[in-house]
Write a protein that binds this ligand. Structure first.
Ligand code: DGL
Length: 277
């Protein structure tokens, strides 16, 4: 079901502050963003949707990414979400414009944090590790072009990383080999900033630090997304100030075995559920 802007206007204007923040990604990666949101907005209900069945998004066409994003948004709107965080760089760079044109609910997206890296780089060389879908998007080109006068941007498609993570392999020999292969050429060219352009990658920071060493600063966009989420909720008078008990609901469309390794399953407010969608 697609709710078009006009149909949705009435629902949105009468939205309750206790409605959940909806968050989606192609799998467990967006939980890195979800955790930042929970840290900043501990009183909010959250519904997190992991579309692991269709991971990786990064190897799909723009059309497929838009279709999957619309499906995820419809699912979250049917659960009554008041705002949606597209916790996936690939979906943001390929689909957020369409989502904003299709629905009147506020959307927060995530993009590789090239700007702070470019502004702070002393070697004037910045590495970006992201999916093929993100690197080939028009939005990514537009953002990176703005900084090309100051810095050289070394892009690398992290092909294979997300499927390994979705199968629960974060620190396997296979993963270490892939990361070395992708990062060594950037280190040879003297990067001093590494931008993580995929919401899955912050889980790899301990392994990445071992490879890049102390001279390279690793940055991701999670905190910025959480701050923007708070700003928009404030502006729309949608912050939950009721003090009523809240839940953090994590939904996956495959077996929740891997998902459960990434969420605080023992917290009383946590619900983990497998749903076929
Ligand atoms: N976590 C997503 C991102 O930020 C997508 C990874 C994928 O499914 O390829 O790009």
């Amino acid at each position: 079901m697609i709710i078009h802007a006009n149909d949705f206007f009435f629902t949105f204007t009468s939205m309750s502050s206790t409605a959940a923040i909806g968050i989606f990604d192609s799998g467990i990666g967006g939980i890195t963003i979800c955790n930042e949101i929970i840290r900043l907005l501990p009183n909010e209900n959250i519904i997190y949707l992991a579309d692991s069945k269709h991971a990786p998004y990064g190897e799909k066409s723009e059309k497929e990414i838009i279709e999957l994003s619309i499906k995820n948004v419809d699912f979250l709107l049917n659960k009554g979400c008041k705002l949606i965080v597209v916790a996936c760089n690939t979906a943001t760079t390929n689909a957020i414009e369409t989502l904003r044109q299709t629905y009147s609910i506020p959307f927060i997206g995530i993009e590789p944090a090239i700007k702070p890296a470019a502004l702070k780089s002393l070697t004037n060389t910045v590495g970006v590790l992201a999916t093929k879908g993100t690197l080939s998007s028009a939005l990514f080109s537009k953002t990176s072009e703005k900084h090309l006068e100051k810095v050289t941007i070394l892009e690398r498609n992290g092909e294979g990383i997300v499927p390994l993570m979705e199968s629960g392999q974060l620190d396997s020999p296979k993963m270490r080999k892939l990361l070395n292969k992708y990062l060594q050429p950037m280190l040879d060219k003297n990067i001093d900033y590494l931008v993580l352009g995929c919401s899955h990658y912050p889980y790899l920071i301990p392994q990445l630090k071992k490879i890049v060493g102390p001279k390279v600063t690793i940055i991701d966009s999670g905190e910025a997304v959480a701050k923007q989420t708070k700003n928009i909720l404030e502006q729309q008078h949608l912050l939950n100030k009721t003090g009523r008990p809240i839940t953090h609901h994590f939904i996956s469309n495959i077996n929740t075995h891997v998902l459960k390794q990434f969420v605080d399953v023992n917290a009383r407010k946590t619900i983990v559920e497998e749903v076929d969608f």
